[in-house]
Design a protein around this ligand. Structure first.
Ligand SMILES: Cc1cc2nc3c(=O)[nH]c(=O)nc-3n(C[C@H](O)[C@H](O)[C@H](O)COP(=O)(O)O)c2cc1C
Length: 210
């Protein structure tokens, strides 16, 4: 089966792409609006992009022509945002933050979430998040009339005590418990992992007996 993307309607492309590119990490993004309202909303067109410089990417759709989502508008206006990671305990609150509250409403109170101060940017992180990245806008690409690609530079990371070993920076998955987005209303937990040790060319040849 083969699909020509130029023959598919946008909604069909969305369905295929979001079903095939799984699981996707979820950024629960906090920003501050022009009136000082703290906004929080989930974005799964999200990933880390490079580490030097340390960049993350968000794909933000518009609600309609000329109507940005609060997150896109706030990042455009202030140049700052925080990516809060979503663990199993935070999943239900994350879903409340996806409600299309008007810009003057903060999602924090309805979702039962609390702000904690950031150090390098004005938007707070979420006290309930297992980890968070303080980000400064690196570039904002306007992709047609309907969406923006936000590239952010990570200035600082917060991780809850006990998740990362400070000496080795190794992460304890059982304590992190992140959720991933699948498609539609489906999400996943990380329950079963396996190891594939990466080899160099010489080792790979030696294993074959070359
Ligand atoms: C798990 C999840 C992931 C989402 N990912 C995106 C995304 O990548 N891009 C997007 O434009 N909207 C995404 N949404 C929808 C937004 O969260 C939703 O439109 C929200 O109301 C935007 O809020 P804001 O206007 O406060 O930014 C997602 C929703 C959920 C539940």
């Amino acid at each position: 089966m083969r699909f020509d993307f130029d023959r598919l309607a946008p909604r069909e492309r969305y369905k295929l792409l979001t079903a095939l590119v799984i699981p996707r990490p979820i950024a629960l993004v906090t920003t501050v609006g022009p009136e000082g309202v703290v906004n929080a909303a989930p974005y799964s067109f999200f990933n880390a992009f490079s580490h030097d410089p340390p960049l993350v990417v968000l794909g933000i759709e518009r609600r309609g022509p000329g109507v940005p989502k609060d997150t896109g508008r706030n990042i455009d206006l202030t140049g700052e945002f925080v990516v809060n990671f979503v663990d199993e305990d935070l999943a239900a609150a994350m879903n409340v933050c996806a409600v299309d509250f008007p810009p003057e409403w903060s999602e924090l109170e309805p979702a039962g979430l609390h702000p904690a101060p950031s150090t390098r940017v004005r938007p707070p992180r979420l006290a309930e998040a297992p980890a968070a990245l303080e980000c400064r806008l690196f570039t904002l690409l306007r992709i047609g009339a309907g969406r923006e690609l936000v590239i952010g530079e990570v200035l600082a990371a917060w991780v809850r005590e006990g998740i990362v070993d400070p000496a080795t920076l190794h992460l304890d998955l059982a304590r992190y418990r992140p959720v991933g987005r699948l498609f539609g209303h489906l999400y996943c937990r990380i329950r079963e992992v396996f190891t594939l040790r990466r080899r160099g060319f010489a080792e790979w040849r030696a294993e074959r007996g070359d």
